[in-house]
Design a protein around this ligand. Sequence first.
Ligand code: GDP
Length: 516
Amino acid sequence: AEPEVEDDSEQLEPRPPVVTVMGHVDHGKTSLLDAIRKTDVAAREAGGITQHIGAYQVTVDGHRVTFIDTPGHEAFTALRARGAQVTDIAVIVVAADDGVMPQTLEAIDHARAAGVPIIVAVNKIDRENADPQRVRAELAAKNLTPVEWGGDTEFVDVSAKTGQGLDQLLETIVTLAELSELRANPNAPASGTVIESRLDTGRGPVATLLVQRGTLRLGDPIVAGTQAGRVRAMTDYRGERLKEAGPGTPVEVLGFDGVPEAGDRFRVVESEREARRLAQERAQRLKQEALARQMRRRVSLEDVLARAERGERQLNLIVKADVTGSLEAIVDEIAKLPQDEVTVNVIREGVGGITESDVMLAAASDAVIIGFNVRPVGGAAAAAQREGVEIRTYSVIYQVAEDLKAAMEGLLEPEQVEEVLGVAEVRAIFRASRIGTIAGCYVREGTIRRGARARLVRDGTVVYDGRIASLRRFKDDVREVQAGLECGLTLENFQDVKEGDVIEAYEVREVEKKLA
Ligand code: GDP
């Protein structure tokens, strides 16, 4: 991410809070967001034609509040996994007739991991079998103790259906926001986060942006992730055209060359040319990172420990186990670990398979997942690969603690880590009677080195793993060839190279798992 600019305190002005609504499925997130939107008189007067742009605002006693209009923690976590922190307050919705459910707890984990204050909306209190006190008791048992019981979590009873309690919920949000003293500098080039995006057949790429700093203006050259452009049109959630938008404001913007991704940071720059340059630079970097990640495969325990060496002395863990008994035993063991060098923090514990939600939480919080007699389920394994999250599975309880302790104390055997040196595309094939098949290559990234280990990838599959036997540039034998240049190479004991193949040169290093 780009370096965040620090503003002087005298440049800062109050800004609206940004609220995300999360909770278990069917507990009423969507209904609540709709009901809150309808409380806004201004929106109703504007004709009430509210379009879905992924976020909206309401005015409460003269204070504006911004709601992210994508219910559920998936969006929240996806944004956070990409480094974007947009939420100031999390409203956790719990249906009063159903009580605390697994996704309620997940939502709480996510809010806590992000350090976002929580307000509990106890919904559906119009229902006959509603039991708001039970919800309070269940959450108090999870360390969310209601203010009225001497704790510090605000609970508000609401009904998305009848509208009961909505005003109180909004007032609670405003009060909490005031305590948080949310401020931003409106007099700066705008920057913020892409909340939603899509390709509209008529209008081209459409992006909902949340301005977080500065003021976005019509005509501004802009870059978001790998996409550049200029703000050609800007509307608010009511579909009204805007000329400018300050901090805390969500706007729908036309004018990007392509579709930026939700979670991408955006910022206004000097010129469209500069925007294009930055977008390209970013695309290049992402490609390299993806490649490196694919080869390295994971954010592993030693990465976490390496960060600890740099002073970030926190090891976040997600622990999943087959039964409550083993889960408790493991968490107890972890709690007993010596924590003078590194603080071990179990950010989620649960019974059952490792889910995609576990992986996304791990990705967002730099956590390692510990599985005891459980395995990844659904899309979890694929997500772990994609996000670079390490999953360690065990079947003996004491080994979990042993392993962590060993890792923390630097007693683990050095581990072999792969690093990509360079990538070359095979563009032509030559056959030489004595040498064999020579691959005429273009080096796309990094450096290709003679003698290096190499893999040959054909249609996404590794078909050879060996070494680069010889390397030539024009007629000369060379030791290495850099990106952007062409070369001819042969692979050890392999003649079946074809045009279109990709050759990855790599090396294997031993990494010491050791703390300073
Ligand atoms: P989500 O999955 O959390 O977004 O939940 P929805 O907003 O889709 O609501 C799930 C169901 O509960 C729908 O049938 C709603 O009509 C109903 N519902 C939501 N809020 C209330 C409420 O306050 N009272 C009653 N009686 N029903 C509600």
